[in-house]
Ligand binder design. Structure first.
Ligand code: RAM
Length: 374
């Protein structure tokens, strides 16, 4: 109930404020599209998929079997995406098959994809652990009549009909680069704690940060000393953060463009009373205790988007592909339930994508209201 009231208040705030870039304070994040916790309780059994022969025939609008494959189990961000996906499928009267692979690897996802092909699901919406390595498995799915889209972390153009993107890649890179610049005071050493070295989304954001840094002399006094990989595992992310502190005594800022990495790094820095500061992409629920402007807190501010809404949009995109309402081509338009109308556009890799919105800044002024939402 509290969550619903907060959603209404925050939605009203959003309506009153124009979405624009990642600037401080002038932008509001979208509240969850649905009470996902209630939907989660009513989740249908995973084995309720139809037989393989049914996959090629479009079901009645919304009534299909829609699969979501996240990067890995045990990541609260992925669970929030799954909540949104489940609630949208429940709303449409369909069946959701939610799969969290055991590890954040392409191999683990290929095993899941093959099982979904055998089950004969109508669609697969996947957050890729590797942009290219899933191509054969996803082409096999497509050949079996299964509609494929990616969400959060893209697969390559040949493997998908459309990518459901949280925000523009350059836009996220710009938010993060400007935060590093600001928190470092315009100069000094900084490092990245990423997810896996193959993660398409993190790699795209890191590439965007690097090209922004190299193309503008404003950033000339910043030195990126290392990109470390915590593999979206809390312990490994902790270990690589500690190694950065040991290896670079002059380090000023760490940027972690992953919710797992930023939470682990925040704890290391704050527990040690380190002067190294942190920014990146984090879940408010996990980061609230680390966000603050003073020496007692490791993270002055960070960014994210609404992962519940991302999953919700992924489900409606899947259903629109399955019903034939869209093919995933640029210019295709469709309605995503309570989130309203969306249009597919050309993506940076020449494939297509639909964009949820702009990244949102979380700082001491708003973290308290958001930490109970996601
Ligand atoms: C982690 C995952 C996910 C990413 C977020 C920001 O949870 O790597 O893919 O979008 O961080």
């Amino acid at each position: 109930m509290k969550k619903k009231v907060l959603s209404v208040i925050l939605s009203a705030a959003m309506a009153a404020t124009l979405l624009a870039g990642c600037g401080g304070g002038g932008q509001e994040a979208a509240a969850p599209a649905a009470d996902a916790s209630a939907a989660q309780e009513e989740a249908p059994a995973e084995d309720a998929a139809p037989a393989a022969d049914d996959a090629a025939e479009a079901p009645a609008a919304g009534a299909g079997t829609y699969a979501l494959v996240t990067k890995s189990a045990g990541n609260p961000f992925n669970e929030k995406v799954a909540e949104g996906f489940q609630s949208a499928v429940d709303e449409m009267g369909g069946t959701a098959v939610i799969q969290h692979p055991e590890s954040a690897t392409a191999d683990a996802q290929i095993t899941v994809i093959q099982s979904l092909i055998s089950q004969g699901v109508d669609s697969i919406c996947i957050a890729a652990n590797d942009e290219n390595a899933l191509q054969a498995a996803l082409e096999e799915a497509a050949a079996a009549g299964i509609k494929v889209c990616s969400v959060d972390s893209t697969v390559n153009v040949a493997s998908r009909s459309v990518h459901v993107n949280q925000a523009g890649v350059t836009e996220i890179g710009q938010c993060l680069m400007d935060a590093v610049y600001d928190i470092a005071g315009g100069e000094g050493q900084w490092a990245i704690v990423s997810a896996t070295s193959q993660a398409a989304n993190q790699n795209a954001w890191i590439d965007a940060m690097k090209s922004i840094m190299e193309s503008d002399s404003k950033y000339a006094n910043l030195e990126l000393v290392e990109v470390a990989y915590g593999d979206d595992e809390p312990q490994k992310s902790t270990d690589v953060t500690q190694a950065l502190l040991t290896n670079y005594p002059d380090l000023k800022v760490i940027c972690a463009p992953t919710t797992v990495g930023i939470a682990a790094a925040a704890k290391v820095l704050q527990d040690q009373g380190s002067s190294v500061k942190l920014t990146g992409l984090g879940l408010p629920s996990e980061m609230a205790e680390y966000i603050g402007d003073d020496d007692a807190h490791s993270c002055p501010y960070m960014f994210l988007w609404n992962p519940v809404d991302l999953g919700y949009l992924g489900a409606y995109t899947s259903a629109a592909l399955v019903s034939g309402e869209i093919t995933g081509a640029a210019g295709d338009k469709y309605a995503a339930g309570t989130m309203g109308d969306y249009e597919i556009v050309t993506a940076g890799d020449s494939g297509t994508e639909v964009i949820l919105g702009a990244p949102f800044k979380f700082d001491p002024s708003n973290i308290e209201e958001w930490k109970s939402v996601y």
